[in-house]
Design a protein around this ligand. Structure first.
Ligand code: CA
Length: 404
């Protein structure tokens, strides 16, 4: 089958065209690629072959120049790419620049600038509240419905899908113990999230309003916020997550442009509390995205979290993150927070799926409370696309190796 004939119904058809960075087997040269079915198009080489003005933007070792080029350029480049892969006259010219995915290595697609992680699922926040504060009158903290809670994470340990994750060591102190001990985490967990990638920067002192979300955010990807629950539980009061999360954060190798997700936009859940004007999205376009996520451990699906249930939208998170005048940089990444739906089969962490280890999960050949060495966790997702199609998101996978 000629490479352009992507099977009908393929979630990576010409309606999708996510961006990544690849090198060919045997070469160390990285360049921007666009996924088409089970192939990757060398975008810079294709642009050169067709005499496109975007060749310099695409023949790059990271997506950062494209991210920095801004929304008009994003739309123009996507329009050009769509034409290249759908107009039959280009087939012969482009064929040498299409490579099977099995013959390339995928890399972290952009230089991550700052990394922020939020906590935007009401179901997740309520579950965690019930697990850790069972005696509290309300499972949500008093601020939760008024602002998207977040923290600044560690951008230097954001890794591409496929990177092995070494079990972290640190201080752990179960409540009944008198003193902490040091050693490998015994409660290693996942958090199924969606990451948003900032393209256009903003200057210090200038908040980014809800209405400017699409001018700044280029696209999204799946994200696994690996979490060592025992380290986290002992260290987090009063300043929040630190070493329990900073050892690794995995992102997919493919960044899906927001322009590919127009048919997936949905209204977020009904707001139960009035919002301050900078967060009030009642007169904005729908800010939610209908992304259907699957979480698999060793190939066995354990959960299907629905992103459409997230209370806070990515636009609200961006507005909140900058309302104090904090600047944005090209390559900033922010995570949505663990995605958990209302059903028990829709929870995005083992903490919730096993209710803090109380109820072991049954895998085909084993039971799990938290992750064991050798376990491989894979997040996949799709979204509704144009004309009944599906838009696939690039998977994010990682295998746990023993700590020291
Ligand atoms: Ca998280």
């Amino acid at each position: 089958m000629p490479p352009f004939d992507v099977p009908e119904g393929d979630p990576f058809g010409p309606h999708n065209l996510p961006y990544g960075v690849f090198s060919r087997v045997g070469s160390s040269e990285r360049t921007v690629g666009v996924r088409l079915g089970d192939h990757v198009l060398d975008a810079g080489a294709a642009a050169r072959a067709l005499g496109s003005p975007y060749a310099d933007l695409l023949a790059q070792p990271t997506l950062n120049p494209l991210l920095a080029a801004g929304r008009t350029a994003w739309s123009d480049v996507r329009r050009a790419l769509t034409a290249w892969v759908t107009v039959p006259a280009h087939r012969e010219t482009l064929a040498p620049h299409l490579h099977p995915l099995s013959e390339v290595t995928l890399h972290l697609p952009f230089d991550v600038a700052d990394y922020v992680d939020f906590y935007a699922s009401e179901n997740h926040a309520r579950n965690v509240g019930q697990i850790f504060r069972p005696d509290a009158a309300d499972s949500l903290t008093p601020n939760w419905k008024h602002l998207p809670i977040g923290y600044h994470g560690r951008s230097g340990t954001v890794v591409v899908s496929g990177t092995e994750v070494v079990r972290p060591s640190g201080q752990r102190k179960p409540p009944a113990d008198a003193a902490p001990t040091f050693g490998p985490s015994l409660r290693l967990d996942i958090e199924a999230e969606v990451g948003f990638v900032v393209g256009t920067p903003s200057p210090m002192g200038t908040p980014v309003p809800l209405s400017a979300f699409r001018d700044h955010v280029f696209g999204l990807c799946l994200l696994n916020d690996w979490s060592a629950r025992d380290i986290q539980a002992w260290e987090y009061v009063p300043l929040g997550p630190f070493l329990g999360k900073s050892f690794a954060t995995s992102v997919s190798a493919w960044i899906t442009p927001l322009d590919a997700l127009e048919d997936a936009r949905v209204a977020p859940p009904t707001r139960t509390h009035p919002l301050l004007p900078y967060l009030d999205d009642s007169s904005e376009d729908p800010g939610g995205y209908d992304l259907r996520i699957s979480v698999a451990i060793n190939g066995h699906v354990v959960s299907e979290p629905p992103f459409s249930t997230m209370y806070w939208t990515a636009a609200q998170q961006l507005a909140h993150m900058t309302v104090n005048g904090a600047s944005l940089r090209t390559g900033d990444l922010y995570g949505s927070g663990t995605v958990s739906g209302p059903a028990e089969t829709e929870r995005g962490s083992l903490l919730e799926l096993t209710w803090n280890g109380r109820d072991a999960l049954a895998l085909p050949d084993a039971k799990r409370t938290f992750l064991e060495d050798g376990d491989e966790v894979t997040l996949t997702a799709w979204a509704p696309g144009p004309g009944g199609t599906r838009v696939g998101l690039g998977e994010v996978t990682g295998r746990i190796t023993p700590g020291t």
